[in-house]
Ligand binder design. Structure first.
Ligand code: NDP
Length: 291
């Protein structure tokens, strides 16, 4: 069994981007710049955004964090996005989700200019992805592709079983794994809460991507020997032994599944760091596309 270490793979990507950025600066050019918008004080969102901004600094990217109050109006938020759309020094814009209930995610996502849509959620990016045209791919599935590539996981002709069909993970993952490219060329089955014979499906998976958000859902009896397991889930579970009072659990029961697998991502330290790597790659690509 090989540990598919997202921290290590992300580090390699960050080092490469750091070198490229430093070469740009040496040529007198500016660094790529990511602007993040955080609305309200959601604890998990704060952590995610902070980590994205910190990683930008680590590799020499510029970043802006706009903190907006929970009660900002939808128009107010759209105006902030428009300002970033028009700022030529900003390459990528991300609005951390979830947004407060009175704001439409759809409107906000569609307001980001497609050329700066580094989260890859804009309908134009989604359409391009489905059409197979180069575009911004949502950071988590992109990070997973980069991880499979880093560890040279064979994907051609494999049966990939994706659990979860969200717009940010499961659906794009299933599309990307089925495209005629590496990593991809898989036969893909996508499962969700209405799937009646889930175990029958997962037992067929040469590659399983678990993205359902149910702690330790995928157990040893649900996977076949030698499968490659990508655990996307992050669920906070109460744990009195931790200072924070909680532990982070993946969707996979690691101790049972790891011995049967040929490769598996840990939680934490698997898909999480790769998601940030995917976002940084998108930001760099947004910058380069303007050169
Ligand atoms: P969503 O809640 O949006 O989607 C979950 C999906 O799983 C849905 O399609 C749902 O089906 C399906 N599902 C839920 N329960 C079951 C079940 N018992 N059997 C089969 N399918 C089920 O979650 P996200 O896609 O946003 O995220 C999934 C997990 O990944 C979460 O834990 C999240 O925190 C984590 N995550 C981690 C990231 C990282 O960087 N590591 C990034 C993004 C997410 P249905 O559509 O029918 O409701």
């Amino acid at each position: 069994m090989q540990l598919l270490d997202g921290k290590l793979a992300a580090q390699a990507i960050k080092e490469d981007l750091k070198e490229k950025t430093s070469a740009l600066l040496q040529k007198g050019k500016r660094a790529p710049h990511l602007a993040a918008i955080l609305v309200g004080n959601n604890g998990a969102s704060e952590t995610y955004v902070a980590s994205k901004v910190k990683t930008c600094a680590e590799i020499g990217f510029g970043s802006t964090l706009k903190r907006l109050p929970e009660d900002i109006s939808e128009e107010g938020l759209l105006a902030e996005i428009e300002e970033l759309n028009n700022n030529p020094e900003v390459d990528g814009i991300l609005v951390q989700l979830p947004l407060p209930k009175h704001i439409s995610d759809e409107k906000v996502i569609s307001a980001i200019h497609p050329s700066k849509d580094v989260d890859g959620f804009h309908p134009v990016s989604v359409g391009n992805m489905v059409a197979g045209t180069p575009t911004f791919i949502p950071a988590t599935p992109y990070g997973i592709l980069l991880l499979l590539e880093h560890y040279k996981v064979e994907t051609k002709g494999k049966h990939a079983v994706v659990i979860g069909r969200s717009h940010i993970v499961g659906t794009p993952m299933s599309i990307l794994l089925s495209r005629k490219a590496y990593p991809g060329n898989c036969t893909v089955t996508i499962c969700h809460s209405a799937t009646t014979n889930l175990k029958e499906m997962t037992l067929q998976g040469d590659i399983i991507v678990a993205a359902l958000g149910q702690a330790e859902f995928l157990t040893g009896d649900m996977v076949k020997e030698g499968a490659v397991i990508v655990d996307v889930g992050i669920t906070r579970v109460n744990d009195a032994t931790k200072k924070s009072g909680f532990a982070l659990k993946g969707d996979v029961k690691f101790d049972e599944v790891a011995p049967k697998s040929s490769g598996i991502t840990p939680v934490p330290g698997g898909v999480g760091p790769m998601t940030i790597a995917g976002l940084l790659m998108n930001t760099y690509n947004a910058y380069v596309s303007k050169l």
